[in-house]
Design a protein around this ligand. Structure first.
Ligand code: THU
Length: 139
């Protein structure tokens, strides 16, 4: 799967967003190492804090299915579903990625005019806290 194809699947996921409060539609497409794709969208709440981001909803679908081996994720977002620039994962989503992914996990951010910016998890979340490294336990 190319990064363009993964971004296209993230764009498709934007249509599923539930965003009556912010109007920002966000979509994610999470690629497993064995080639499966889990799509996710943001789901907002009248009480605001229960809102879940697109990236985490994709991860949680996969985790529920027993999948924990991830290679890449594509993320796109924009007001009313219009992509005007990159939509980088929030800090909470980065920490969830840290829980299940290695340093070389790829994050593709889709921007306007088909532009894609790719970074690794270690670039997005340097000096991170992880169970594997800091809690001396098998995860
Ligand atoms: N959002 C995401 O879905 N992913 C992120 O990484 C950043 C923010 C959502 C949450 C909320 O529904 C909307 O974008 C505006 O913050």
């Amino acid at each position: 799967m190319t990064k363009q194809e993964l971004v296209t699947l993230a764009m498709e996921a934007m249509d599923h967003a539930y965003v009556p409060y912010s109007g920002y539609r966000v979509g994610a497409a999470l690629l497993t190492r064995d080639g499966r794709v889990y799509q996710g969208c943001n789901i907002e709440n009248a009480s605001y804090t229960p809102t879940v981001c697109a990236e985490r909803s994709a991860f949680f679908k996969a985790i529920y299915d027993g999948v924990r081996d991830f290679a890449e994720i594509a993320v796109v977002g924009g007001k009313d579903g219009v992509i005007t620039g990159f939509f980088p994962p929030c800090g909470v989503c980065r920490q969830v990625m840290r829980e299940f992914c290695e340093d070389d996990f790829l994050i593709h951010m889709g921007g306007a005019d088909g532009e894609i910016k790719t970074v690794t998890l270690s670039e997005l979340l340097p000096y991170s806290f992880s169970a594997k490294e800091h809690m001396q336990q098998d995860t």
